[in-house]
Design a protein around this ligand. Structure first.
Ligand code: NAD
Length: 359
């Protein structure tokens, strides 16, 4: 493959250190190719030895380039926390491709991105995040060995991890792990939301869903006809046991927390909280918030398994994902004992391990 037009190393740039989400990242590059309209950032938060750092690639509209860079910085840090809490020996990273305005060739753009990925020579291994699908990864995989998620179905294992997490806190709050008689409200029924429906549909007593994509709603409703569709502005207001943010980042803020009428918030979205303080508001309101980077780590666990084992073994992956139960139970117990939010408990544990690794 021909080389990409430009890879710009940002790590020594002064402006990077002034970005709000910069956290002594080890490696940050910008990929540019005007011929395909590629503009992307890859941020590597931490590197563990000579191993690659893991994080999916997001393909999204951004108003400003700095928003995309901040997203990559923030999400890569979250990936380090996720990897640590899942007991994986890899650093965290993230890529963000800015969706071009106007017409563009998706194939050409992703080809350019793949060339850039190859030039990093394995420092970064990636898969699908919001805006990319399995077909994209299949195409990209033809030209790069640094893509994962083709065999392991990360959405399914992310959903399984969410299920385990909900079971652990349900045992504490309702005295049973069962989804029977439980009510759910799900914001975003994309890849993960859909997989999660497969787990709860038969048992749950009511499932409210909302999605901005009408075609998606239609598709999901054909498979799961008893779903109750609600407006995207009202999904967080439903009186349910479990509210699940499974769309984009930062949907939990002062306003939405005021709206909530649930007992548990556990969802797949990364960076659900607008700030750590929002976790305290949830805690004060008596709502259990499952730290996103713990509850949604099943996908990462599954792609790392694929990377290490080169073959697919469903029961092996499920066993690894079930370790989420142990860390959830630890966080639940400490949160109740210390009377502080599960988010603060988890951050404390993750930071302690991260600091040890740095030394
Ligand atoms: P996806 O793009 O397939 O699904 C997201 C869905 O949310 C889409 O259907 C979209 O239309 C909908 N949506 C967007 N904005 C919305 C809004 N305001 N209200 C309601 N619906 C809205 O993505 P996905 O792979 O299902 O991932 C969902 C979230 O989980 C993302 O934040 C992703 O980063 C995170 N996550 C995904 C995985 C994985 O394995 N795919 C793993 C960990 C975390």
């Amino acid at each position: 493959m021909k080389k990409i037009t430009k890879i710009r190393n940002l790590i020594k740039k002064k402006f990077l250190k002034t970005m709000p989400e910069f956290d002594k990242h080890l490696f940050v590059v910008e990929l540019l190719d005007p011929s395909s309209k590629l503009e992307a950032y890859i941020a590597v938060h931490r590197i563990r030895g000579s191993k690659p750092s893991f994080g999916a690639t997001r393909f999204l509209n951004y108003k400003f380039k700095k928003d995309a860079l901040n997203d990559a910085l923030r999400l890569s840090r979250l990936m380090s926390f996720k990897s640590i809490m899942a007991g994986l020996p890899y650093g965290g990273a993230k890529a963000v491709i800015i969706k071009p305005k106007g017409k563009f060739s998706r194939k050409k753009l992703l080809d350019s991105y793949t060339k850039g990925l190859n030039e990093l020579a394995g420092k970064f291994v990636t898969g699908t995040d919001v805006g990319l699908n399995l077909e994209d990864i299949k195409e990209m995989k033809k030209n790069s060995k640094y893509l994962v998620g083709l065999k392991s179905n990360p959405e399914k294992y992310t959903a399984i991890g969410l299920g385990f997490s909900i079971q652990m806190i349900s045992k504490k709050l309702f005295g049973s792990e069962s989804f029977k008689n439980r009510t759910f409200a799900i914001q975003g029924i994309g890849k993960v939301g859909y997989e999660f429906l497969k787990i709860i549909y038969k048992d749950a007593s009511a499932i409210y869903v909302a999605d901005i994509d009408k075609n998606r709603l239609k598709f999901v409703l054909e498979k799961f006809p008893n779903l109750i569709i609600v407006d995207t502005n009202d999904i967080q207001k439903q009186v349910v046991d479990i509210y699940m943010p499974c769309a984009l980042s930062h949907t939990l803020n002062k306003k939405t927390v005021k709206d909530l009428k649930c007992k548990i918030v556990i969802g797949s979205a990364n960076n659900q909280l607008e700030s750590e303080g929002i976790a305290d508001l949830l805690h004060d309101k008596g709502i259990f918030y499952g730290p996103d980077y713990i509850v949604n780590s099943g996908g990462l666990i599954s792609v790392v398994d694929e990377y290490e084992a080169h073959n697919f073994n469903a029961s092996r992956i499920k066993k690894k994902v079930s370790k989420i139960k142990k860390i959830m139970n630890e966080v639940i117990a400490k949160s109740y004992r210390q009377k502080i939010s599960p988010e603060r408990i988890a951050n404390k544990i993750a930071k302690k391990i991260l600091d040890k690794i740095k030394k």
